[in-house]
Design a protein around this ligand. Sequence first.
Ligand SMILES: [Zn+2]
Ligand SMILES: [Zn+2]
Length: 332
Amino acid sequence: MARKILGYIELVWTCDSCKTKNPGAIKSCTSCGAPQPLNVRFEQVDPNTFNFIKDEALIRMARSGPDKHCPYCGTRNTADAKTCVQCGGDLSVGATSRPSGEVIEPYQPEGAASPERSAHAQAPKTGKAPVILILVLLAVCVFGLFLLISMLRTDKITATVSSTRWERAVIVEYYQLTRDSDWAANIPLDATIQDCSLKYHYDSDEPAENSEEVCGEPYTVDTGTGVGQVVQDCYYKVYEEYCSYEAMRWTYGETLRLSGTDLNAVWPAANLTSTERIGQATETYTIWFSAGSKQYDLQTTDYALYQQAVPGSEWSLQVNKLGAVTAATPRD
Ligand SMILES: [Zn+2]
Ligand SMILES: [Zn+2]
């Protein structure tokens, strides 16, 4: 968010001793002469309009930095003052600079309640953690642990191969003209651009080739000098060319499958043309075992293991508490 300075306006401050409202640049009360207090709060005179200052000297002063208070008499002096205008005291040591940069609230007439500063008014939330949520989380953890233990703990059993099944699949890909769209900067070099149009892409603090400035409501910031700085927070909506394009690409075609129940699996045969190729290939082998009255099955991609699953052969299985086979080896 970039902050834009629109101009400077006069502020007022209230005398602690006699409650007189004084112009911001006046350093001691016009009514009783009391110095402006250290913790003075400047206010905007008119909440609805900004009467921008034309006086160059006053603007220069506002830009020079926050005023500082004399460590001896408390009088406010400008940032560049070496000695106090009131008592002549040395300001190089111990002078307190006014805070600056605070957002100024519009002036509230006498009797009207001043609005709470919402940014600082909210106390940090320290609510009780919801007990039910913790109990549910605990239950989920216990269940997860139980599941993990069940999966890790295995029994070794002897079983016989009852049947087998293999399945192999290949994806045939086609080299063909495909349509896609992207930001102009991301379009591949081999592509043919179809048509482009400006489209909103992102927000930026800096203006760009095609951008639209978006600004918030103006507000006043304390410069620490009794003069307020009217600012506006702005950003840019950046638009960029978004294009549709065409390019030759390998694309997903069809899946060829073959399956069988014997131990010699084969790959599906594809009669490929010059614009076709084999993409991803997958293989899955299932071996069913029986041990007494119980049935187990093992799914694997290990073809060498599958080839040993002669029906009727004896195998050693590791079976976990959920009944899943975690390891299988043929017994010689
Ligand atoms: Zn006063
Ligand atoms: Zn002084």
